[in-house]
Design a protein around this ligand. Structure first.
Ligand SMILES: Cc1cc2nc3c(=O)[nH]c(=O)nc-3n(C[C@H](O)[C@H](O)[C@H](O)COP(=O)(O)O)c2cc1C
Length: 186
């Protein structure tokens, strides 16, 4: 992708997916607000080479495009369905294949979906440490939605949409700071 970009990556591997729909909603919101090119991927888009890959070089061309877009993104929105109290195994495996420095300093908005409220802290206890490992700039507001927040696969809960808007505002602050720093350095 060219231009400043926002990329969504969702850990679902079946469709339709509430998680993918939610990640894409947030991606489109940020993209239209900041005039960024945008793209949302999920594990299904990465394709079948992911499961067998031991190293990034084992991925096929289709998967390499997803990796390249995720690594090059100016802003990343990640999300995963909660499986057994955590992100899906293939979501983690995708990030396991990246170089440890690949996401350093990147603004990352954390989201997850789950069947109920019980695992709402998956965003704090599972996703945040993973992106902490990468030294990414995980935003303070992470967003978790449950099945009941969706109607016909679309996130409708006012409360969750409000929380997502709060995270989107944090992106705006970060992007303004980054562009201010860039102008000051020129
Ligand atoms: C194998 C499996 C494990 C799951 N484990 C959990 C869980 O531990 N906690 C939870 O809240 N929901 C759990 N769920 C429910 C999903 O997280 C939830 O329905 C999610 O929103 C589905 O997202 P999707 O539509 O993107 O696939 C599980 C679902 C599956 C299929």
């Amino acid at each position: 992708m060219s231009n400043p970009s926002i990329v969504g990556f969702s850990g679902n591997f079946s469709r339709p997916s509430k998680t993918r729909a939610f990640v894409d909603l947030v991606v489109q919101n940020i993209a239209s607000r900041h005039h960024l090119s945008h793209r949302t991927y999920d594990v299904e888009d990465v394709g079948s080479s992911l499961g067998a890959a031991k190293w990034q070089r084992d991925l096929d061309a289709q998967a390499q495009i997803v990796v390249a877009d995720v690594v090059a993104a100016d802003v990343l929105v990640v999300g995963s369905p909660t499986y057994k109290g955590s992100y899906t195994g293939l979501f983690k495996h995708f990030f396991d294949l990246l170089d440890p420095t690949a996401l350093r300093g990147k603004p990352v908005l954390l989201t997850a979906t789950g069947g109920g409220e019980r695992h709402a802290l998956v965003v704090e206890h599972q996703l945040r440490p993973l992106f902490g490992f990468f030294e990414a700039f995980a935003l303070p507001t992470a967003v978790y939605a449950t099945d009941k927040d969706f109607t016909d696969g679309v996130l409708r809960s006012e409360l969750i949409l409000k929380r997502a808007a709060q995270a989107v505002d944090e992106i705006a602050v970060l992007l303004a700071t980054k562009s201010g720093l860039r102008i000051a350095a020129e």
